[in-house]
Design a protein around this ligand. Structure first.
Ligand code: ATP
Ligand code: MG
Length: 200
């Protein structure tokens, strides 16, 4: 072995020992409350990635979309292949500036929350995505204290993913894992419209 190879090997052995000790120190197992927020693209995409991973483990998963309306998306078509492993509810009425009817938006969000409560109570469901719940909270269409208390009191083995910009501090406080998507660059700013297969 050359000197260089020997040095590399020694360094990697030390690194492995550090890594192994760190991993061995983490022993807790629990359902996570995960938040994807921030102005950049990827919040829902990352939630769908987790859903895919969970499906691969044979878990049952749920999706409740609080704002998005009924238009067809690639993700919804794709998960249809998993049959009863997926429960998917698109319950929004579109964006607030599209519906222009506050009472209707509030009613849609309340109904979506009731559906989410049902999925949280379903012990077969291991991962639940609450897409754009942050938007419903931001517009105060749902009671923040009630939502946070309910999420905190969830079954210990249930993973919940909440998406949407401007996550409320109380939700961030309650969460185990919070990722902020930053917008470095977005094609929308250059006049490129939402692309099939990438955005829907
Ligand atoms: P995606 O569903 O693509 O992961 P997202 O969940 O992070 O996006 P949303 O706030 O739900 O973002 O908005 C959805 C739509 O807005 C997507 O079509 C996305 O490409 C677009 N979008 C996201 N971030 C930006 C941005 N910084 N500028 C312009 N459009 C954006
Ligand atoms: Mg989204």
């Amino acid at each position: 072995m050359t000197d260089d190879a020997a040095r590399h090997r020694e360094k990697m052995e030390k690194r492995k020992a550090v890594q192994d000790a760190e991993v061995a120190g983490k022993t807790l197992e629990k359902g996570l409350l995960i938040v994807h927020t921030g102005p950049g693209k990827g919040k829902t995409t990352a939630a769908l990635g987790l859903m895919l991973r969970a499906l691969g483990r044979g878990w049952r998963v749920g999706m409740v979309q609080f704002i998005k309306g009924g238009w067809e998306t690639g993700e919804r078509k794709a998960v249809a292949a998993f049959g009863p492993q997926v429960t998917w509810h698109t319950l929004g009425e579109g964006f607030t500036w599209e519906t222009q009817d506050k009472a209707r938006d509030i009613a849609a969000c309340r109904h979506a929350w009731e559906v989410a409560l049902g999925l949280m109570a379903d012990e077969g469901v291991r991962l639940l995505v609450l897409d754009e719940l942050n938007i419903a909270l931001r517009y105060e269409y749902l009671d923040l204290a009630e939502v946070v208390a309910t999420l905190r009191a969830r079954r210990p083995d249930l993973h919940v993913v909440v998406t949407g910009r401007n996550a409320k501090p109380a939700l961030i406080e309650a969460a185990d894992l919070v990722t902020e998507m930053g917008s470095v660059k977005h094609h929308f700013a250059a006049g490129v419209k939402a692309q099939e297969g990438i955005e829907f």
